[in-house]
Design a protein around this ligand. Structure first.
Ligand code: HEC
Length: 127
């Protein structure tokens, strides 16, 4: 009787260890997959976005690098804001801040997608 209990305990311990290992492995594997998804931005969209940024004259208020109005720099904005937040800042800025003096841009879906992808690509340099 006592022996069976010990065996049962050993089995239970083994099961717990296997489950813990599986969970750990799964969490390690899924994290890089997520990261890859957010860093792999389509270069063609980025290029389109750069053109839209210039055509819409966003630089009258925003600087990227040393170009444009330094009052509202967008450097590293891709590290600070989500795709959704950046998009809202473009199509409905007053939803982000009701008092902001900035017009809502009406862009084609392709231009908007490109513009947001371009801004997402502006990452904070890794320290
Ligand atoms: C008339 C000036 C003006 C123009 C033109 C303008 N913006 Fe803005 N934008 C602002 C202001 C003001 C803010 C709010 C900045 C703040 O509160 O720090 C802002 C915020 C943003 C933000 C969020 C920045 C952050 O760091 O949180 C993004 C992204 C952005 N604008 C993108 C654009 C894009 C893309 C264009 C061109 C299509 C554009 N803006 C044109 C004035 C402007």
């Amino acid at each position: 009787m006592r022996r069976t209990l010990a065996q049962l305990l050993a089995l239970a311990t083994a099961v717990v260890i296997v489950v813990a290992c599986a969970t750990f492995a799964w969490s390690l594997n899924s994290a890089p997959a997520l990261q890859q998804e957010s860093t792999a931005l389509d270069p063609a969209k980025i290029e389109r976005g750069m053109k839209v940024f210039a055509a819409e004259r966003c630089s009258t208020c925003h600087a990227i690098g040393n170009v444009g109005n330094r009052r509202y720099p967008l450097d590293g904005v891709g590290s600070r804001l989500s795709r959704e937040a950046i998009e809202t800042w473009i199509v409905a800025p007053q939803k982000m801040n009701p008092r902001v003096r900035k017009r809502a841009y009406e862009l084609t879906p392709e231009d908007l997608d490109g513009l947001v992808t371009y801004l997402l690509s502006l990452r904070e340099p890794k320290a």
